[in-house]
Design a protein around this ligand. Structure first.
Ligand code: HEM
Length: 399
């Protein structure tokens, strides 16, 4: 393996997998960016990541990633071909605008109420047993239940809807395999058809809801094709479940590993927003923003070449010692918390639902603290993924 490519160091994948934060810190100390052993480059510093998130020379990936995986059609391919996250320029704006207009007003509060109610219901299920699988019993179903509530999924259809979301999302996880891709494709077909039925259902309870409002906006000029209308909702589901799940696990595990901080949240629920912000900085749900370089880009005298996959590393930027005091310490009492909102990205693709994301994380934490004040960490999670979506192993908690 090469140690450097034209003076740029190559980061071994094994180092990133076994100890990502120390590895990123080591390279960040000497270089603004590095090459990845798997191909492409990773940008490391906070200022460069923030600036390049807004730089039009770095483009969204359109269908480059499914093409690399050998996909040229199908339900998974359509997510890339017709969704907002992978689109550029005017096409991106046209796809994002109806969703972002439909998400204003009361929607975040409605969503917050769905998440809160679901958090109580999930805890009720295992309360008597005194233990819970934090991922499987709580962090994974909770954001999906919140979205199902917002989209008006009928109660009787919740279980298959949640199973299909989980199977579809597996395609985007760090440990995805060829076998995952085949079951994810089938699940994506079912998710898409369930959304189609929800859109076409004209019951009274749907008329004033988020989904119908969105569809009305998507049907005004420039009118979405049906597949585009569907794919923005599919992307909302993927964006609103995977990152939230990992972030719930990270915030809970980090607080429990620091019992004084957990106690402070239990005793004073007003600390919840600060705890969520610090957890997102310390262990973000999305590792980085994935782009393609359309031109050579000079950074501190070195050249990031054109035609490359570029990861703008949120994991690295949010621990940049030039921006954050004691960046490797988890501390919800920070006097100067710093700009941790970069966890929601920046520029044209900045999270379209950051208000919902914060609401989900805050409710997930405040209901746990209220119902299970004596929560303890029995088996800590191990996090994976340094490119896009992050994952974690199961985490067992007891009370
Ligand atoms: C912990 C919570 C969340 C985190 C950390 C997070 C993070 C992010 C980040 C970093 C991006 C930018 C990706 C890029 O530029 O490549 C993004 C975009 C996006 N997020 Fe979120 N997100 C969260 C919650 C949500 C929720 C709750 C939803 C939906 C209900 C959502 C839907 C989306 C969508 C659709 C995009 C694409 C926006 C665009 O391309 O214009 N996210 N998110």
């Amino acid at each position: 393996m090469l140690d450097t490519i034209q003076d740029v160091p190559v980061i071994p994948s094994a180092d990133l997998e076994t100890d990502p934060h120390s590895t990123l810190r080591r390279y960040r100390a000497s270089h603004p960016f590095a090459a990845l052993e798997t191909g492409g480059y990773i940008v490391l510093g906070y200022d460069d990541v923030s600036r390049l998130a807004r730089d039009p020379r770095l483009q969204a990936t359109e269908v480059a990633l499914p093409a690399q995986a050998g996909l040229s059609q199908g339900a998974l391919f359509d997510i890339f071909a017709h969704g907002m996250l992978t689109a550029n320029g005017q096409v991106h704006q046209d796809r994002r605008s109806p969703i972002s207009r439909a998400l204003v007003g009361e929607v975040a509060e409605q969503y917050r109420r769905h998440v809160r109610r679901s958090a109580h219901a999930l805890i009720d299920r295992c309360f008597a047993s005194g233990e819970m699988k934090l991922v499987g019993d709580y962090a994974a179903p909770l954001p999906a239940l919140g979205l199902a509530g917002l989209l008006g999924v009928p109660k009787g259809e919740l279980a298959p809807f949640l199973r299909d979301i989980d199977a579809m999302n597996a395609f985007f996880r760090p440990d995805a395999t060829a076998a995952t891709a085949s079951s994810a494709e089938k699940a994506a077909v079912r998710v898409r058809s369930a959304i189609g039925l929800l859109i076409d259902y004209e019951g009274d309870d749907q008329a004033g809801g988020f989904l119908q409002h969105y569809v009305r906006l998507a049907e005004t000029e420039p009118r979405h094709a049906r597949v585009e209308t569907l794919m923005q909702i599919v992307q909302l589901i993927i964006g609103g479940t995977e990152s939230v799940r990992t972030a719930i696990v990270a915030q809970t595990a980090n607080l429990l590993a620091n019992p004084l901080q957990w106690r402070a949240v239990v005793e004073n629920p007003e600390r919840v927003p600060a705890a969520v912000a610090e957890a997102m900085r310390f262990e973000p749900g999305i590792a980085g923003l994935v782009r393609l370089s359309a031109e050579d880009i000079a950074i501190e005298g070195r050249t990031l070449p054109a035609g490359q996959l570029v990861v703008l590393s949120l994991m690295s930027a949010l621990r940049d010692e030039r921006i954050f005091d004691r960046p490797d310490t988890f501390d919800i009492f920070r006097l100067n918390p710093g700009p941790s909102h970069l966890g929601f990205g920046g520029g044209a693709h900045q999270c379209v639902a950051d208000a919902l994301g914060r609401a989900a994380l805050q409710e997930a934490l405040s209901v746990l603290a209220e119902r299970l004040p004596h929560l303890r960490l029995a088996q800590p999670p191990v996090f994976s993924g340094h490119v896009f979506v992050r994952g974690s192993t199961e985490c067992r908690v007891t009370w």
